[in-house]
Ligand binder design. Structure first.
Ligand SMILES: [Cu+2]
Length: 240
């Protein structure tokens, strides 16, 4: 009798242990599913809360030279602290919550306005490379570009894609990559976009951020290197 009871007890214990394990595994699975669902919800919430067409994948704008100036403060002591404070005060309010789509491109304010590093709205019809013009970045790695950046490849066979669509007035970033052994220069035909210019050396990628025209329509662009447009390096930006 005793033996039978002990055996019964042993098999009951096994059943409880197995049941316990099953319940623990079930709890872990449910918790994992719940947390992944929450993660999904959070990311869509973030996209929903983005305003003024600012790219959701943009990164905070860090004023140029901020890090270097801090380093100088440390080495020169008290006097440099004053310089540091001046520099901090010199950052215009509009830049404090600004973002950039690509490091080195113009900042985008929280209202979606593309500005210079002084916080002044860029002029798309300025002289290219002048202080008020949107500026092209230094060479960047194509693989570092985020999804919201419109990527254009250029070679002797033309622009790929040769037609892009953007929203009127929205801050947009174009990245140009020369995929052959030639230099290429993106320029728009319309004088209202004369400052939106990007030049790339062979196999180089550079980007530029600017506000799309407020007026809907088709804005033709071309490669400005002599002979390139006539061999087919032309395209159009459709503003909707
Ligand atoms: Cu070209």
């Amino acid at each position: 009798m005793d033996n039978t009871n002990k055996q019964m007890g042993g098999s009951k214990k096994k059943i409880f242990v197995i049941l316990g394990l099953v319940i623990i595994v079930a709890i872990i699975v449910v918790a994992a599913v719940m947390s992944s669902k929450n993660g999904g919800n959070n990311s869509s919430d973030n996209q929903g809360s983005a305003s003024a067409d600012i790219p959701a994948d943009a990164q905070p704008y860090i004023p140029e030279g901020t890090i270097d100036e801090t380093a100088t403060d440390e080495t020169t002591g008290e006097a440099a602290d004053e310089i540091g404070m001046e520099d901090e005060m010199a950052v215009p309010d509009v830049l404090k919550e600004a973002v950039v789509a690509v490091v080195g491109a113009n900042p985008i304010t929280k209202e979606g306005v593309v500005v210079t590093t002084e916080g002044v709205e860029v002029k798309n019809d300025a002289v290219p490379m002048s202080p008020g013009a949107p500026k092209q970045t230094s060479p960047v790695a194509k693989e570092d570009l985020t999804e919201s950046v419109i990527q254009l490849e250029i070679s002797a066979t033309g622009w790929v894609p040769n037609e892009i669509s953007v929203k009127a007035g929205a801050p947009i970033t174009l990245a140009i990559t020369a995929t052959d052994d030639f230099t290429h220069v993106l320029m728009f035909d319309d004088s209202s976009l004369s400052a939106v210019a990007v030049g790339v050396s062979p196999h180089e990628t550079r980007a530029i951020t600017f506000n799309a025209p407020a007026t809907a329509g088709e804005y033709a662009f071309h490669c400005d290197v002599p002979g390139h447009a006539s061999r087919g390096e032309v395209g159009k930006m459709i503003v909707e």
